[in-house]
Design a protein around this ligand. Structure first.
Ligand SMILES: *Cc1c(COP(=O)(O)O)cnc(C)c1O
Length: 414
């Protein structure tokens, strides 16, 4: 459910016509709907209302300060994967560290120290060596670093191989069999305090079965660790719930919640969830303008001003994004490749797509671009990264200005 819809053949974000945003801000531009973001958060939060829980929004999905601020006001915590994301959280919510968990396989000593100093809720530790380093950091700061071990539950999440994380061939977490001995070591170290257990099996999950299987294994382990008197308080089940880009039928949040609850029965814990995509994916779109049309042999191309540097998902994951005309009109349907201006053959937003051939200068909305859109944008081909706009009912505001030309060589010296 989102607040992007046609009214009299014009595509709107809430009460704002997208054409007005393009006129004022230019293209390409990411557009987010605050009503959709809030709705997604509240529906998910409600689905878990029957148990103690904390929704830690996964910052990397869409890290704009305005998005973080909105979720913080809704009561969210955060899931971060770098020191830079910690800085963002603190800017959006000065008290945010206490409800933030820190994940990631390669945290540096500097990042660990900054997060511990900031009062982070929990470190999701991904290796024995990281645990040793965290202990050293804790001791040198005279603190006990609260930690969870991220275990790799070794289930196949049935998603694209680039976003599967909880299978034994992925780089994430520690082997299931190794976890208990790490807790035994960790509880004896002066710079550490065991606080939780963590897993995250992958992204864009469209099947509840692997979630149930993974959480079953992790809940078992949690029970055993509690039996050893570790005093854990949090069971972090990660993120990953999928969304509909095209025809996927991901579990509803209620189905997802029951897949999480089922294996937990009787466990006395506070659940942590790390949702990213499910909160922001369908709450954002990428507004782009048609530059040229051309035919090469039998093939029709539409060249738009948003490239793989603005939205890399189609090139990286062969991801599908719906394309909607901002002004709908009659016309014969054609099959076209919609491509960006970047000098790479993989810079294709949509391959062999049926659409009404747009005219030069017309606007298209690349739908479901709120997650892993702007956050993965780059300056490749020395292209300025897009602006970001937040819509709130009848108003909209630029929440990140388009990069200036001079931003492109900031920090460089000839
Ligand atoms: C990326 C990530 C998430 C969020 O995944 P989504 O698929 O966007 O929900 C959650 N936890 C961790 C550890 C991650 O790396």
């Amino acid at each position: 459910m989102n607040h992007f819809a046609y009214r009299a053949h014009q595509l709107f974000a809430e009460q704002v016509p997208l054409s007005a945003i393009a006129r004022e801000v230019g293209t390409p531009t990411y557009v987010y709907s605050s009503a959709t973001l809030k709705r997604h958060f509240r529906v998910l939060d409600q689905a878990f209302a029957q148990v103690p829980h904390l929704l830690c929004y996964s910052v990397k999905a869409c890290p704009n300060l305005a998005v973080l601020h909105l979720f913080s006001r809704e009561g969210a915590g955060f899931d971060i994967v770098s020191g830079g994301e910690l800085e963002r959280v603190l800017r959006a919510d000065p008290d945010g560290a206490g409800k933030t968990v820190f994940s990631g396989v390669g945290k540096s000593e500097e990042e660990l120290a900054a997060a511990l100093n900031a009062g982070i809720l929990m470190f999701n530790v991904e290796s024995a060596e990281e645990l040793l380093l965290l202990d050293r950091v804790g001791r040198s700061l005279g603190r006990k670093a609260p930690f969870a071990i991220r275990v790799n539950p070794d289930v196949d999440p049935h998603t694209h191989r680039h976003i599967a994380t909880g299978i034994h061939t992925a780089k994430f977490g520690v082997a299931f069999a190794e976890a208990a001995s790490l807790y035994r070591k960790g509880r004896r170290m002066r710079g550490l305090r065991p606080l939780g257990l963590d897993c995250h099996i992958g992204s864009q999950l469209v099947d509840a079965a692997p979630v149930r299987a993974a959480i079953g294994r992790v809940a078992d382990l949690y029970g055993r660790l509690q039996g050893q008197g570790l005093g854990l308080r949090f069971l972090d089940v990660g993120g990953g719930l999928g969304i509909t880009y095209r025809e996927e039928r991901p579990p509803s949040v209620e189905e997802y919640a029951s897949a999480v609850f089922e294996p937990l029965r009787g466990l006395d814990t506070t659940l942590i969830l790390e949702p990213g995509r499910v909160l922001v994916g369908n709450a954002g779109l990428l507004l782009t303008r048609v530059l040229y049309r051309k035919r090469i042999g039998q093939k029709q191309f539409v060249v738009v001003d948003a490239g793989m540097n603005d939205l890399i998902r189609p090139a990286l994951y062969e991801a599908h994004h719906e394309l909607l005309p901002v002004r709908r009109r009659r016309g014969a349907a054609v099959t076209a490749d919609v491509v960006g201006p970047v000098c790479e053959s993989s810079d294709v937003l949509a391959r062999e797509r049926r659409l009404t051939l747009p005219r030069q200068g017309e606007l298209l909305a690349v739908m479901s671009a709120g997650a892993y859109g702007m956050s993965m944008a780059s300056n490749y081909n020395s292209r300025r990264r897009p602006a970001e706009v937040m819509v709130e009912d009848r108003r909209f505001r630029v929440v990140r200005r388009r990069e200036r030309r001079s931003d492109l060589w900031r920090g460089e010296s000839p």
